[in-house]
Design a protein around this ligand. Structure first.
Ligand SMILES: [Zn+2]
Length: 286
């Protein structure tokens, strides 16, 4: 860490030690867990356009191809493990320093890292929702059913996107068998917010109220490119709440933030003890 970053980390550590922190995390927090951030500087650009809600619900062929790719991609998403960043966040929560934890990620790694009460703005890939009867079921169970329904499906995943789909030729995907809801034969969908879909209003309201009650909004690993995340920074600024951002690369939140640390999260977060002593800890290691 260079000296400027060391000083910034010490400043942020003091803010965390004060408590009243609400966290907004994005894809950059999970890159160290092997889930690529397709918007960040280290991520490869997404090669196909993302599935939209409109296409998913209206086009059975596109839906079949989605499930085939997603079935393969789930092996990577499902095997991902929390990293030091997730564990640092869980530690601050246990120390009573957090008043809220909001994530744009759909990988469930905050919970796997030991955190609770996570507001998952965009849902969670480990849950499946039936679009017809609304029943929620576990992804693991569906994966088991898909494996049984597709004994010969052995296409190889070429790459993986954060939402768990994989790049494959359409011809390889069209033989895939999709399974329906067990209760009503309806259409199943991962319980995540797709492009073209809005985040449920009660979820957004919960997140806004957490931000408004906080002393510090700490953004971790989000470039804040889309308004879905940036609106929380704008609300914090309007309410006079301090904003800190830790992100690798440029973020759209920069003009609004009181502190921006451009450094790898895996280096910065473990050094944030939440005790106000980070300067000592970091200086000794340099
Ligand atoms: Zn159903």
């Amino acid at each position: 860490m260079d000296l400027q970053v060391v000083e910034q980390v010490a400043r942020l550590d003091g803010w965390i030690a004060e408590g009243g922190v609400v966290i907004l995390s994005g894809a950059g927090l999970s890159t160290d867990s092997g889930i690529p951030d397709y918007r960040g500087p280290s991520g490869s650009a997404r090669r196909s356009t993302p599935m939209t809600y409109q296409t998913f619900t209206s086009d059975p062929i596109a839906r079949r191809r989605y499930w085939a790719r997603s079935h393969l991609g789930w092996r990577t998403i499902g095997d991902a493990r929390p990293n030091d960043g997730h564990r640092a966040v869980a530690r601050w929560q246990r120390q009573g320093l957090l008043t809220g934890l909001i994530t744009q990620n759909v990988d469930g790694l905050h919970q796997a890292g030991g955190a609770g009460d996570v507001v998952e703005l965009h849902g969670n890939l480990a849950r499946i929702v039936c679009l017809d009867c609304g029943e929620l079921t576990a992804r693991a169970e569906l994966e088991h059913r898909l494996t049984e329904a597709n004994p010969g499906f052995s296409a190889v995943a070429a790459s993986i996107n954060p939402d768990g789909d994989v790049e494959l030729d359409d011809a390889e995907l069209d033989g895939f068998t999709v399974v329906p809801c067990r209760s009503c034969d309806g259409t199943l969908k991962p319980d995540v917010v797709y492009f073209g879909e809005t985040v449920p209003a009660d979820r957004v309201a919960t997140a806004f109220s957490l931000v408004e009650a906080a002393r510090t909004l700490l953004v971790l690993g989000s470039s804040l490119t889309v308004m879905s995340g940036r609106r929380f920074v704008l609300r914090a600024v309007r309410e006079g709440i301090r904003v800190a951002i830790v992100n690798r690369g440029v973020t759209r939140g920069e003009p609004y933030a009181d502190l921006v640390i451009d450094a790898p999260l895996g280096v910065v977060l473990p050094n944030l003890a939440g005790t106000g002593d980070a300067m000592v800890t970091v200086s000794k290691s340099n």
